[in-house]
Ligand binder design. Structure first.
Ligand code: G3H
Length: 545
């Protein structure tokens, strides 16, 4: 690494006074509040300090130190049980105000929440950026995408309701079939998309009539604080409750009590398995899980290498590779491996790095404590096995900053071959026969997506057919990604359980239920009167415009 780059990495963190006025540290959020049963309560007990992914220089220790952002309540099993009880009371075995409310009214509550949420954009975005080190642009994108997701959910529900607002008559039986809620949902999102991925389960769960307890992830907690009042004011008491603290202490006991009907969890498969197995009656639990992945890219000899490099850089290094959908290993035909890896390393060298508010920056500090050390271990092990870091300064670290590294050639047996690194390390492996990467995908514990780069339609078709039965999305000459949100987002093996998309999420958080009657004159009269007199929210032919 040249001295200049070394200097830039050493000086990557600013002094407090160097942070531009507009992006200064938010005032520390000393959060004691949590939302329980429609009340914002104040926690008198222990708090957990929140440190930023971003370090500041010139602190008492001299070196860069993660900036302090505030603290949040370390609730205990007792408050978790109270939150669950509040959700149960609101649900009231399906007889509560929320689960029996007409769909159009529930939509109005969610719209009211979205309106209030939008007022908090700047506050939430700033906390998102400081808490997890996501670039300003991506933090804004996450917020806006979430607001759009809420609007899209409302549209999808209107559509679903329109289809259900009619009777069917089959074999002389009259029925109205609708989707009904499941009960109490425990929602937990991941740190890399704390707002978006929590809300892509929480909002559909709520709008379908479920009541929820949600727990923010380990990192990305304070950004929910500005939304607590909006939750309190937009929903009937107990429909939304929040818990904070260690998963083991708060989520585990909620699951073990057996009163959670649905677990919506986005995070590691290891943590999901623990939670799931704590439930005493697994057959009563529906799980909606978005888990780890080790998405592979396969670069064929005839691929447009400029395009493949650009998409692989984006796929592997957006938000520092901290996406479940990130490309986490690249296979390249040995015939073009040299050319491809040289161009890839050059493209990584060009990426701007620095603080999340800096214009055009791609690589930013990492929020997970210990992550740079873990990534360094992966690289050291690969190097010991004969791999090299191809780009300048790859793997150099300074506190929470880790310079992206292209590692080549990665081989079976190396940790980078199998572990989902979830960080800015790009392992590349050459292949002689395309069967090798296909075998890799088949043998992998994960099954989310792959990206295939090539130009021969025949060859691509021969790859697509086996791969669609291994993963849930094959991307052609494009990086892996979740969006657009109208598309199904799913995974096989250790990568997911259930499918999410705007319309699928409404389905996973509900169950079809019907009212059926033999078509006798008396039953027809009863049904007509119920509908005509608007006596039931379920039996209704109202059309939501
Ligand atoms: O972390 C996983 C996210 O769902 C990925 O979403 O592909 O839009 O970044 P994305």
């Amino acid at each position: 690494m040249d001295a200049k780059l070394q200097e830039r990495i050493a000086a990557v963190f600013p002094r407090p006074a160097d942070v531009p006025e507009a992006f200064r540290l938010p005032k520390p959020v000393e959060q004691r509040e949590y939302l329980l049963g429609g009340e914002i309560r104040s926690w008198p007990g222990e708090l957990r300090e929140v440190r930023s992914a971003v370090c500041l220089r010139g602190g008492p220790g001299g070196g860069p130190e993660p900036a302090r952002l505030g603290a949040f309540p370390l609730l205990t099993e007792k408050e978790a049980a109270e939150a669950l009880a509040a959700a149960r009371r609101a649900y009231d075995s399906g007889r509560g105000q929320w689960p029996t409310m007409p769909v159009a009214e529930r939509i109005r509550h969610v719209e009211a929440f979205a309106f209030r949420m939008k007022e908090k954009r700047d506050e939430v975005v700033r906390l998102l950026m400081w808490e997890i080190g996501k670039t300003l642009k991506d933090s804004q994108k996450e917020f806006d995408r979430t607001v759009e997701y809420i609007a899209g959910t409302i549209d999808a529900l209107k559509e679903l309701d329109r289809v259900s607002s009619r009777f069917s008559i089959v074999e002389g039986i009259i029925a109205q079939i609708r989707r009904a809620p499941l009960g109490v949902v425990l929602c937990m999102g991941p740190y890399n998309y704390p707002l978006n991925e929590t809300f892509t389960t929480l909002i559909p769960a709520l709008i379908m009539g479920n009541c929820a307890v949600f727990k923010p992830p380990r990192m990305g907690v304070l950004l929910f604080r500005p939304l607590l009042e909006a939750f309190r004011d937009s929903f009937p008491p107990g429909v939304v409750n929040t818990v904070y603290g260690e998963g083991r202490k708060v989520a585990g006991p909620m699951m073990a009590g057996g009163d959670v009907e649905c677990l919506a969890f986005i995070g590691s498969s290891k943590a999901a398995d623990v939670l799931k197995h704590q439930h005493p009656k697994p057959h009563r639990l529906r799980c909606v899980l978005g888990l780890d992945a080790k998405n592979a890219a396969i670069v064929m000899a005839d691929a447009d290498l400029d395009l493949a490099v650009a998409e692989c850089v984006l796929g592997a290094l957006s938000f520092n590779g901290q996406r479940c959908t990130a490309i986490k290993i690249i296979f390249v035909d040995r015939k073009v491996a040299k050319e491809f890896t040289q161009r890839l390393a050059a493209a990584v060298d060009k990426l701007a790095f620095g603080m999340p508010w800096t214009d055009g920056v791609s690589i930013t500090p990492l929020p997970e404590p210990g992550k740079p050390g873990y990534l360094a271990e992966l690289i050291a092990e690969a190097k010991a096995g004969g791999a090299e870091v191809l780009n300048a300064g790859g793997g150099a670290a300074n506190a929470t900053y880790f310079h992206p590294a292209v590692v080549y050639p990665v081989k079976p047996g190396m940790r980078l071959w199998t572990e989902a690194q979830f960080g800015p390390v790009v392992p590349v492996a050459p292949f002689d026969d395309v069967e090798e990467p296909v075998r890799y995908v088949v043998d992998s514990n994960y099954g989310q997506q792959v990206a295939v780069f090539g130009n021969d339609p025949k060859q691509l078709a021969r790859l697509i057919d086996p791969l669609v039965n291994q993963v849930c999305r094959v991307n052609l000459n494009s990086q892996c990604q979740r969006g657009p949100d109208a598309f199904p987002f799913a995974g096989r093996k250790d990568s997911a359980e259930g499918t999410l998309s705007l319309s699928d999420a409404l389905r996973v958080f509900s169950i079809r239920t019907l009212v059926a009657a033999k078509g006798t004159p008396a039953n027809k009269e009863i049904l007509s009167r119920i509908v005509r007199e608007g006596e039931s929210s379920f039996l209704s032919t109202d059309f939501i415009f």
